[in-house]
Write a new protein. Sequence first.
Length: 288
Amino acid sequence: MTHARDADGTDAGAVVSPLPAEIDDLWERRASLTPSDAVARDLVYLAVDMIDAGQCRVAWIDPASDLVVVDERAKRAILLAFRLMPMVATQVGDFRYNDRVPLTSRLDDVRAVAGSIVRWGAYVAPGAVLMPSFVNIGAYVDSGTMVDTWATVGSCAQIGKNVHLAGGVGIGGVLEPPNAVPVVVEDDATIFSRSMVVEGARVRAGAVLGAGTIVTKSSHVIDAETGEELPRGEVPAWSVCVGGTRMRKFGGGEFGMPCVLVLRRLAEGSAHDRAALNDILRDHGVSS
């Protein structure tokens, strides 16, 4: 079953998964499954191959409710693959691998530079660009997006269209439990170098994260102009944000706690002018 979930993960409705319902039956008896179960393995292979081909995905945003929809059956299929697929030694050029999950064979019309790694069960859309980077199983990278050098897209993370994940960006992954909401980075977002988005956090459309910003599901997000507390773990659409520190009093003293500061609001749908963004960030002592 596929579930829509709000920001705190509360179930907010359900729709039918496109994957075979037999996956749920296999999940209920997963403890007894082994790689010798050929029928089960073939069924799971078919399901994960559908994810790999972009015919279904682990999560997406419901346009009617603006909630993240999680296909729990897709996650179950991926987890079952680790149990049912045997370890296999493979070689690509001088590189040797020993894993249960092979590399994808589908990179149609994707510019994949030497050193880029995409595991089977991850979908990368035509028109995407992969520098030496890593895209894990269950992830979805849409068209026009660049995954820059040493950036990582974790398991089941969902990356929208025309996104730039700059050098060393870490997009966290999540597989268990199957109902956990993955990281979602929406269309036209820009995430500058060494930033991290983890634990089911959400970067909304057109948002910009300055270098080194860390966003978790529980991160406080604060409007720097008004001091207003915004929804936790969500970077507002068409905003420029950086990592900040908020002082909090504890029994042992006063300490700085990390937060996300919204520095500027951008016009919705505006193209990101790199020079203008650099000026905004430099004005606040942050580089891109």
